[in-house]
Ligand binder design. Structure first.
Ligand code: C5P
Length: 229
């Protein structure tokens, strides 16, 4: 047993680029199984926000590592199925969900030492009865022994449209073309970084969500769960 990580606690990983529906699917699967949920992207978003609050540059590795090790974060599930996220005791959920926060997250996430400083924190989510982990490197690096690894993809155009709709629903007005450009910049950075780049694990099940809705993705995941768990 390594800290909280026990190989006997099952993990399902859901990786992929932004706008593929990872977060939604991960939550539905975790609810259905009654398992814990790790939104690993939120950790990188929180770290970037904490750095900005303290005027730490997003490439200052030693300060970011210190910050990552002592990050005071809390994930509180709400009655309506959402999660409220707290940084230093303050609710920050809306401020970490902006495109700018996503972009900043991907800058700190490109730094290997920073990633290493967040590994134990992610392993700590692996508690009974099981864990559904959503991110970019859940199946490749953080939980390589997961019982089921899913990699969601979708066309860049469809992903931009989805993000646009999501942001609009949150009252954020963004231009679709700007958004497409930002998303592709972020994907390029995530896929081309040296450490834990965005890519499917060799044993991942790939689901292209471009032309299918949430219900169908969940149905496919359920079939895979029957097979692997
Ligand atoms: O999933 P989300 O959009 O919240 O992730 C924000 C950013 O955090 C990603 O673009 C990526 O750079 C980084 N990330 C990562 N590894 C993860 C999860 C997120 O590098 N496991």
């Amino acid at each position: 047993m390594k800290g909280h990580q026990t190989e006997s606690v099952p993990v399902v990983t859901i990786d992929g680029p932004s706008g593929t529906g990872k977060g939604t699917i991960a939550r539905i699967v975790a609810d259905r199984l009654g398992w814990n949920l790790l939104d690993s992207g939120a950790l990188y978003r929180l770290l970037a926000l904490a750095a900005q609050t303290r005027s730490i540059a997003l490439d200052n590795v030693s300060e970011l590592v210190k910050l990552a090790s002592g990050l005071d974060v809390q994930f509180m599930p709400t009655k309506n199925g959402e999660t409220e996220i707290f940084l230093d005791g303050e609710e920050v959920s809306p401020s970490i969900r902006t495109e700018e926060a996503g972009n900043n997250a991907s800058k700190v996430a490109a730094l290997g030492e920073v990633r290493a400083a967040l590994v134990d924190r992610q392993h700590a989510f692996r508690v009974r009865p099981g864990l559904v982990a959503d991110g970019r490197d859940m199946g490749t690096v953080i939980f390589p022994d997961a019982c089921l690894k899913i990699y969601l993809t979708a066309s860049a155009e469809e992903r931009a449209k989805r993000r646009h709709k999501q942001l609009k629903e949150k009252g954020l007005n963004v231009n679709l073309l700007d958004l497409s450009r930002e998303i592709s910049e972020r994907d390029d950075r995530d896929a081309s970084r040296k450490v834990a780049p965005l890519k499917p694990a060799t044993d991942a099940e790939i689901i292209d969500t471009s032309d299918i809705g949430v219900d169908e993705v969940v149905d496919r995941v359920n079939i895979l769960l029957e097979k692997y768990t």
